[in-house]
Design a protein around this ligand. Structure first.
Ligand SMILES: N[C@@H](CCC(=O)N[C@@H](CS)C(=O)NCC(=O)O)C(=O)O
Length: 206
């Protein structure tokens, strides 16, 4: 099957999807656009909602990173079959995604002073609020959101890595269960080799 994932050369919304595709051993074209050359009119106009990532299988196109991630999870062993368990994971990924607008406040802050202030606000506000709760949820469930490795754990890892890239921090370090989970995902077969071969990402927010 012809699979294609298009995003920027950035972890952002796509890294958890890339990790899952590599973990599952599903071959795909990993198309990466440069942020600096964006927008490219003919590409943007051809996107269903003008935004990336977009995932394609043959003629079929899927937008929205969480929908893509959930679909890829369903193609491997990362999505449970029980509706309640699925809903718990849906809630987990939506909770993780609540960090994104808080991070965006840092990315879009102008000038060193505002950046510094936005970083402090993120680290003492959203980071502590959400990560302390994720820590408790993981701890109560064998170190994973769903009691065993699922797509929600990949989504958390992807967003933490994105925050770390932009904030130049390691936001998970004070949360041992999260830290262990992130390390576990990075060490998975397929993911580990992908990370080793990956070109470094650039923090374009500075
Ligand atoms: N809710 C969407 C958000 C996608 C999104 O905001 N993508 C940004 C990149 S991080 C984008 O395509 N920006 C370029 C643009 O809007 O032209 C998702 O989760 O996929």
């Amino acid at each position: 099957m012809d699979r294609k994932l298009t995003y920027f050369h950035l972890n952002g919304y796509a890294e958890s999807i890339r990790y899952m595709l590599h973990y599952a051993g599903l071959e795909f074209q990993d198309i990466r656009l440069e942020r600096a050359s964006w927008p490219i009119k003919e590409i943007k106009d051809a996107l269903p909602y003008g935004r990336l990532p977009v995932y394609e299988e043959g003629d079929r196109k899927l937008t929205q990173s969480l929908a893509i991630a959930r679909y890829i999870a369903s193609q491997t062993d990362l999505l449970p079959t029980d509706p309640w368990e699925q809903a718990v994971l849906d809630a987990a990924v939506l909770n993780v995604y609540e960090l994104i607008p808080k991070l965006a406040a840092f990315i879009t802050a102008n000038g060193p002073e505002k950046k510094h202030q936005a970083k402090e606000e993120f680290l003492t506000g959203a980071r502590d609020y959400y990560l302390s709760r994720f820590e408790e949820e993981l701890k109560a469930n064998n170190g994973f959101f769903g009691g065993k490795l699922t797509w929600a754990d990949f989504v958390l890892t992807g967003i933490i890595e994105c925050a770390n890239l932009f904030l130049e921090a390691e936001i998970e370090k004070e949360y041992p269960t999260i830290d262990t989970l992130v390390k576990h995902i990075r060490s998975l077969s397929g993911v580990k080799e992908y990370i080793a071969a990956r070109k470094p990402y650039f923090n374009y927010s500075l």
